[in-house]
Design a protein around this ligand. Structure first.
Ligand code: FE2
Ligand code: FE2
Length: 323
């Protein structure tokens, strides 16, 4: 990494140390998966599970595809943690700053896959073994999201991605609520709230970097958008499938039920342009100005493309869904 990026990372690290108590919730007061699931020690456990399974019957096929795909994405957390920890400018010998943020973020995220996995197991609608095979594949396959070990590109990716997961968990929760499934709605809302807080943290890292290294940050932003933000589960597959073969089907199901669409992609981009006041960033050189121009024009271009997109109607048969 060039010296100035390292200097910037060290500079922003001081801000992270100060803000950690805001970006992460104290563990002792934080929610845990057990707060939202029947307690197997209770005499009422089997009745509660039966009720949970009855309510789960109301949920549609595409809904399950999305919820399972989301869970597998959450369960591939070791990939994301090792990617963050391998970012240049992170010193894993230290117990503060970037390292503590990454550990704390991982520790909060770990509850998401855990809670969703247990819900899916109890629901009685899921072929757990097939889902577990996909999870092991995804962890084994990793991801290729075009950031390399560059923290600037990494924070663009995470700023975008955490916002995307906030939207999708929120929408899944809203559908569950409509289908008279308040316990699942609550689960999704709790997870979405974490994602929102994390999105805010990553976005503030970019704001801080933009203040001291605007040209390089702008170039990183435009580079990531040119490459497109790919989803972390883009290599998703099932038993016997090729690398990434299941991802399109998962993403089609999400589009069909309106959980995450091409329009959401553009909305997130637009919100990031606003949050970072891209049109007002001062002190840009020629390359920085060009990158800004590209970014400012991008939402309109993408909007035109997304208007022409047709949502595929074909309902693929996932091995995961055991209805
Ligand atoms: Fe998550
Ligand atoms: Fe997240």
């Amino acid at each position: 990494m060039n010296g100035s990026r390292l200097e910037v990372m060290n500079h922003v690290e001081k801000y992270v140390v100060k803000k950690l108590p805001k970006f992460l919730r104290p563990i002792d007061q934080n929610w845990q998966p057990a707060d939202f699931l029947p307690d197997a020690r209770d005499i009422s456990f089997f009745d509660e599970v039966r009720n949970l399974q009855e309510r789960a019957k109301e949920l549609a096929y595409d809904f399950w595809a999305v919820l399972i795909g989301d869970t597998i994405t959450e369960e591939a957390l070791p990939t994301y943690e090792s990617w963050l920890a391998g970012m240049e400018g992170v010193n894993q010998q230290e117990r503060s700053g970037w390292t503590q943020w990454i550990r704390g973020w991982t520790a909060e995220e770990n509850r998401h896959g855990d809670l969703l996995n247990k819900y899916l197991y109890l629901s009685g609608r899921v072929d757990m073994k097939q889902m577990e095979i996909s999870t092991q594949y995804l962890l084994n396959d990793g991801f290729d999201i075009g950031t390399a070990a560059d923290p600037y590109r990494n924070f663009i990716y995470t700023s975008f991605q955490e916002q995307a997961t906030l939207i999708s968990h929120m929408r899944v929760g809203a559908i569950a609520k409509k289908q008279d499934n308040p316990e699942l709605a609550k689960i999704c809302a709790k997870i979405a709230a974490d994602e929102g807080r994390h999105a805010h943290a990553y976005q503030s890292f970019v704001t801080k970097i933009m203040e001291v290294d605007p040209n390089e940050m702008m170039l990183a932003f435009s580079d990531m958008m040119r490459k497109k933000i790919v989803m972390p589960a883009h290599y998703l597959r099932e038993l016997g499938g090729e690398l990434g073969a299941t991802f399109t089907h998962f993403s089609d199901a999400a589009q069909r039920i309106g959980v995450y669409t091409a329009n959401d992609y553009v909305d997130i981009l637009e919100s990031l342009l606003k949050i970072w006041s891209i049109d007002h960033v001062p002190d840009l050189n020629e390359a920085g100005e060009k990158a800004r121009d590209y970014l400012m024009k991008l939402p309109d271009r993408l909007r035109r493309v997304s208007e022409r997109l047709k949502i595929p109607e074909h309902q693929y048969e996932f091995s995961w869904i055991g209805i």
